[in-house]
Design a protein around this ligand. Structure first.
Ligand code: PEP
Ligand code: MG
Length: 883
């Protein structure tokens, strides 16, 4: 087996499409090398070695040693230097690189190969002893921390002691001898902590680092990151060993991070940050404030530090050439890392750049128009979750704002919450039901759990490519980064901005699109969708086969649904139409009545309300299909509970309170979701469904006569398990229809169908389809009944199931395709066998979930139905499902 793939000198054994084997970083280094982009030579140890390592008690394949040795030999040849050579030492970096990018999640070691002898060679080669000893102490520090497990703070303390000894504040005031002294102290510390000396042998160093990278795949922060991003543990990481290039050898050196387009707005402008005379980690860590690449970037962010374009115009041009080549080659926005060593540009990484939702849309649409990609590719590029973010709130421009401070607009969207100062506190507060804003000087990978549960993130240090900014953007959390005018005091749990003090627990609002931090909760509004959104959705609609409807019952929901492109209503939950205080009283009266006369009295009051509801819905939907589901009230949601409610119902029903209380006791259910719900109510008291059917047909006739718009009502019966239930209910509906048509002198087409939300209904779909004109899969109930897990009670234990991988995703959010999905498949097949043109749809929560939508496409259902805000996402997912 080939475990090691080399690259460098315009050649490579790997390719960009070998990410599974080489990891994202390794595959792209190989690709860049083949393209002739300047990449320091190196080799990649494959992810298969990681898999082997964990499958074989943390050991390596027997022939790995020889392959690594050959890799090192080739590296030495290309670089003209020797690994461990005291005159001309080859130094390497050792980094992880998984299939999916996991920024900052795993460990890196730089400057590997240095020891007391090779440092002399580095002094000779660089002519700069200060640089050489600084590199050496950085190496001991990183290697000590990452590989040997000597905690970081020991090194920080020794550095601080040395600065105190020398009476200086800044690292830059330490000279070569100081760094040399520190190297000695670092090594003594390592010896003291471990009881053995720091390894001087470069081979031992190399294998230690390789082991640490493979080991880091299973560290806690990597595990958490994978869980949050659905990355399977089996993927493993690759290890990249690469010749070092130095951005910190003087003022003709630099290091930086850049994007081929603006990752925040999507504009086709070169965007990035760099630091002169620095090592790569310095930019990302946000310790020094980075400078902009371009004059344009400098201007829009109001920076007065000189841009790279001004400082190093020739190298900037080289970088622009690389930008053009990589974007044309990858046909997507790239996120690149570079280092300039003594006036020569080296590319250290390229990958598809993370971007805001807004940028994602703009870049896809622009690239399709530029002819770089096709319209279908543009559609395929948009992450449905990101599209979702575009539909989320922003600050109301007319609202009063009390601005406390301003930082960088690091991740868009607006959010308010109570201030906490640590990721742990964020998680704790959120568990108690609070909404929080996480405020940190800077964030680190350990903070991601807390960042994920926060409404927004505020940091006082670091640039647009800092950890906080990159991670928040990926998570879709609003983030203001580098708000330097804010002073955080972690001990006192306060921050001070422009002379005002904000305490833990105070409410603030962040606007991640402008960088503003405001006191209090500022009102938000829905964003205007840009022209790009409409253009993309046009392409989407040209591609998809599935129709997309909305679950809606109020005029507002129906209007929203139309605005977002819904092609009908797939589920109107009529019980939701009775929550209004003026109505619920009659609803309760109806439920609690002890005879038909009592029920009819309440129903007569409800009929005009219902009719008007349907008139509104049919009018708004202008002839599009509307599926009205007859009453399905879990009784416990409707029974009165407070004394006041009981008194009100008693009064309305004209009975004493004792009668009502007795009825409440009689109707109490220990398992309401499996109780007297759905058509069981209609079977018991047909007058209820009769009233609803009457209201539907009277409304349909009224709208047809008024507007000339033909509505074809689709009447849907809930919680059906047997054909007989459906037959009985359909007879009630048909009779009401006939009576209304006769009375109004006008007939209309209509259909009667059923929900499939019980396993029995799915299995007996063949006979049910003899009566039903359509099926709508109620996968909320079908999931709860198939899994035998209460949809209201599964939350607390489901996360154990997800952690243990029993269900990979929450089955109430994303369809359990193997189990519940098989029932859907059976029901679709049996239903179609009886009635080949039966219309099939889905209206459970899964109707808005992209992977469930792909499943519906595979079964060739006719439509999905989801909440109005998810309609655009569902349209997109439906299009992607056919690509
Ligand atoms: C369902 O069960 O999937 C469904 C849509 O109905 P409800 O959520 O109202 O029970
Ligand atoms: Mg249901």
């Amino acid at each position: 087996t080939q475990w090691v793939y080399t690259f460098g000198d315009g050649k490579a054994e790997g390719r960009a499409d070998m990410k599974n084997l080489l990891g994202g970083k390794g595959a792209n280094l190989a690709e860049m090398s083949s393209l002739g982009v300047p990449v320091p030579a190196g080799f990649t140890i494959t992810t298969e070695v990681c898999t082997y390592y964990y499958a074989n008690g943390e050991t390596y394949p027997a022939d790995l040693k020889d392959q690594v040795a050959a890799g090192v030999a080739q590296l030495e040849k290309i670089m003209g230097a020797g690994f461990g050579d005291r005159k001309n030492p080859l130094l390497v970096s050792v980094r992880s690189g998984a299939r999916a990018s996991m920024p900052g999640m795993m460990d890196t070691v730089l400057n590997l190969g240095l020891n007391d002898e090779t440092v002399q060679g580095l002094i000779e080669q660089s002519g700069d002893p200060r640089f050489a000893y600084d590199s050496y102490r950085r190496f001991i520090q990183m290697y000590g921390d990452v590989v040997l497990g000597v905690e970081h703070h020991h090194f920080e303390e020794l550095l601080q002691d040395l600065k105190d000894d020398r009476g200086v504040d800044l690292d830059t005031h330490l000279n070569a001898d100081d760094w040399k002294e520190l190297v000695g102290r670092f090594k003594a510390k390592v010896h003291e902590e471990l009881g053995r000396p720091f390894p001087e042998d470069p081979q031992e160093q190399l294998w230690g680092a390789i082991g640490a990278v493979f080991g880091s795949w299973m560290n806690q922060r990597a595990i958490t990151y994978r869980r949050l991003h659905d990355i399977p543990a089996e993927w493993g990481t690759a290890v990249n060993v690469q010749a070092m290039v130095f951005g910190n050898m003087g003022d003709d050196c630099a290091t930086g991070v850049c994007f081929t387009r603006d990752p925040s707005t999507g504009e086709n402008v070169f965007y990035g940050e760099y630091l002169v005379n620095a090592q790569g980690e310095d930019v990302v860590a946000g310790i020094r404030t980075p400078q902009h690449l371009t004059i344009h970037g400098k201007q829009i962010h109001g920076s007065d530090l000189p841009a790279m374009e001004e400082v190093m115009p020739a190298l900037f041009k080289d970088l622009c050439d690389v930008r053009d080549r990589l974007e044309a080659h990858y046909k997507d926005m790239q996120d690149m890392e570079f280092t300039i060593q003594r006036g020569k540009l080296w590319m250290l990484q390229t990958r598809t750049g993370k971007r805001t939702s807004k940028a994602s849309l703009k870049i896809a649409v622009d690239m399709a128009r530029e002819g770089l990609i096709s319209e279908a590719e543009a559609v395929d590029r948009i992450d449905p979750a990101q599209l979702d973010q575009l539909l989320h709130p922003m600050l109301d421009p007319d609202a009063e704002k009390d601005v406390l401070a301003k930082g960088l607009p690091a991740s868009p969207g607006a959010a308010a919450g109570r201030v906490v100062f640590s990721a742990d506190d964020a998680e704790e507060w959120v568990k108690r039901g609070e909404k929080v804003i996480l405020v940190r000087i800077e964030t680190s990978p350990e903070d991601i759990g807390g960042m994920h549960c926060s409404e927004g993130i505020l940091t006082t240090r670091g640039g647009m490519t800092s950890h906080a900014a990159v991670v928040a953007r990926g998570m879709g959390r609003p983030c203001v980064a580098g708000a330097g005018e804010i002073r955080v005091d972690y001990k006192a749990k306060t921050f001070v901005a422009r002379g005002r003090t904000i305490k833990e627990g105070d409410t603030v609002t962040l606007d991640g699109s402008t960088g503003e931090v405001m006191a209090g909760a500022v009102p938000t509004i829905q964003p205007e969708l840009t022209g790009d959104f409409g253009i993309l959705m046009g392409w989407v609609d040209g591609i998809r086969r599935l129709r997309v409807r909305a679950n809606a019952e109020t005029p507002l929901d129906a209007q929203t649904a139309r605005k977002f492109g819904a092609e009908g209503i797939g589920l109107c939950r009529t019980e939701h139409m009775f929550f209004d205080p003026a109505r619920i009283i009659h609803m309760r009266q109806m439920i609690l009545a002890d005879d038909e006369a009592g029920r009819r009295k309440a129903l007569d009051t409800l009929l005009p309300y219902q009719r008007q509801d349907f008139v509104d819905l049919f009018s708004i939907m202008q002839g599009l299909p509307v599926t009205v589901r007859l009453l399905d009230p879990p009784l416990h949601e409707f029974l009165p509970s407070s004394d006041e409610e009981i008194a009100d119902v008693a009064k309305a029903a004209d009975v004493d309170e004792g009668t009502i209380r007795a009825a409440i006791v009689r109707l109490h259910e220990s398992n309401p979701m499996l109780g007297w719900r759905g058509c069981r109510l209609g079977v018991s008291f047909p007058e209820i469904y009769e009233m609803q059917a009457r209201a539907i047909f009277e409304a349909a006739v009224e709208v047809a006569q008024k507007s000339g718009e033909t509505v074809v009502p689709e009447v849907m019966i809930p919680l059906v398990g047997t054909k007989k239930e459906l037959d009985l209910m359909k007879a009630v509906v048909d009779k009401a229809a006939e009576e209304v048509f006769a009375a109004k002198g006008k007939r209309l087409d209509y259909v009667v169908g059923t929900m499939i939300e019980l396993p029995r209904a799915a299995l007996r779909a063949g006979d049910i389809a003899e009566t039903a004109h359509f099926f709508s899969f109620g996968t909320n109930d079908l999931t709860q009944t198939t899994l035998g897990m209460s949809r209201d009670d599964a939350g607390p234990f489901l996360h154990y199931y997800r952690e243990k991988g029993i269900y990979e995703k929450d089955p109430f959010a994303s369809l359990d395709q193997d189990g519940v999905g098989e029932l859907v498949e059976i029901a679709a097949a049996r239903g179609r066998k009886t009635r080949p043109d039966i219309k099939l749809g889905i209206c459970g929560e899964h109707g808005g979930d992209p992977s469930s939508i792909a499943f519906c496409e595979a079964l060739k259902l006719d439509y999905v139905s989801c909440s109005p805000y998810r309609v655009p996402v569902a349209r997109l997912a439906a299009a992607q499902a056919v690509l």
